[in-house]
Design a protein around this ligand. Structure first.
Ligand SMILES: NC(=O)c1ccc[n+]([C@@H]2O[C@H](COP(=O)([O-])OP(=O)(O)OC[C@H]3O[C@@H](n4cnc5c(N)ncnc54)[C@H](OP(=O)(O)O)[C@@H]3O)[C@@H](O)[C@H]2O)c1
Length: 279
């Protein structure tokens, strides 16, 4: 199954995240692809991701006959504040140069000449957008217009910031990637803004940010009816309300279960019940 943003580029309906896998990144990613994932998320940010090992996995997969264009690759530009000691660009350069250098470094890590999606890891400020955000976004728009990034997007964004981006830029984001809390109506405000503008909403930490939800009696009852695990119900719920979920599981059994969530069907009453869980 695929989703399409307003620019009509297809994106697989479930994404495998490579954060925190460290030295196991290449092995985990190959396992995820062998299990059925075709969309991979990474970032050029060494404190949480090993983008070069994603590239190593891509080379190994290519040897096994999995072509680059059979996979959807998403990576991110992370500002100096979100980097550790090793910044993959000149931190003293202007922001336009930082984006260009970080993007070139991503292409080199990944051994490719384009990415399917390029995401601003986070705006520079918590509320509203400032000059730094506009400069970085303009550089990202350039990458999109050149065809080297098929889509551009933004992560860790508020609904207000997203509205500003949509209304005041030449190229609106095609994807948003946010931590999704049930307690915030499953990020309702941001999801609604995405829907208005034809943007794909990617949700992360669906399980880890909502541990209480997994134990909720409503989830357990639905899981019982379908003979499924609570985690699968959360992923299926996310898909049925139009979200693209991410999983970062390290277990092949969980990879299989997470993908199998696509086959489940929740009733509209069950969806309404889960929407109301606020833990
Ligand atoms: N943009 C950002 O700022 C940002 C921030 C955080 C994450 N992300 C992206 O989102 C990806 C996913 O991150 P995440 O926070 O959602 O997940 P995560 O923390 O990587 O892991 C998901 C957790 O859920 C468990 N799990 C997965 N499937 C399960 C199942 N079927 N049954 C039981 N447990 C299951 C995993 O345990 P097992 O390993 O034992 O299965 C793991 O503990 C990251 O890798 C990264 O790519 C982006």
């Amino acid at each position: 199954m695929t989703l399409t943003a307003y620019n009509h580029v297809p994106i697989p309906a479930f994404m495998y995240g490579t954060a925190w896998k460290k030295a196991a990144t290449a092995q985990m990613m190959q396992l995820a692809v062998a299990t059925g994932f075709t969309a991979i998320d990474t970032a050029n940010q060494l404190i949480h991701y090993e983008e070069a090992l994603v590239g190593e996995a891509l080379r190994a997969l290519e040897h096994k006959g999995v072509k680059r264009d059979a996979l959807f690759l998403q990576t991110k530009f992370t500002s100096v504040d979100g980097q550790g000691n090793q910044t993959p660009y000149d931190p003293s350069a202007d922001l336009t140069t930082q984006v260009r250098q970080s993007f070139d470094s991503s292409l080199s890590h990944l051994g490719t000449d384009y990415v399917d999606s390029y995401v601003l890891h986070a705006p520079f400020q918590r509320r509203g957008l400032g000059a730094a955000d506009w400069e970085v976004w303009a550089a990202m728009e350039g990458l999109c217009q050149s065809g080297k990034a098929k889509m551009i997007g933004v992560s860790n964004v508020t609904a207000g910031q997203l509205v500003q981006l949509c209304e005041q830029t030449n190229v609106k984001p095609m994807v948003v990637q946010n931590r999704c809390y049930a307690a915030l109506g499953w990020d309702k405000e941001v999801r609604e803004t995405c829907q208005t503008h034809g943007i794909i909403y990617q949700g992360f930490s669906l399980l880890t940010a909502n541990r209480g939800v997994l134990a909720d009696s409503a989830i357990r009852t639905i899981a019982g009816r379908l003979g499924a695990a609570p985690a699968q119900i959360v992923f299926r719920f996310a898909m049925q309300i139009g979200m693209l979920p991410l999983t970062g599981t390290t277990s092949q059994q969980h990879m299989k279960e997470d993908l199998q969530a696509e086959q489940l069907a929740l009733s509209s009453q069950e969806i309404e019940r889960i929407e109301k869980i606020a833990r």
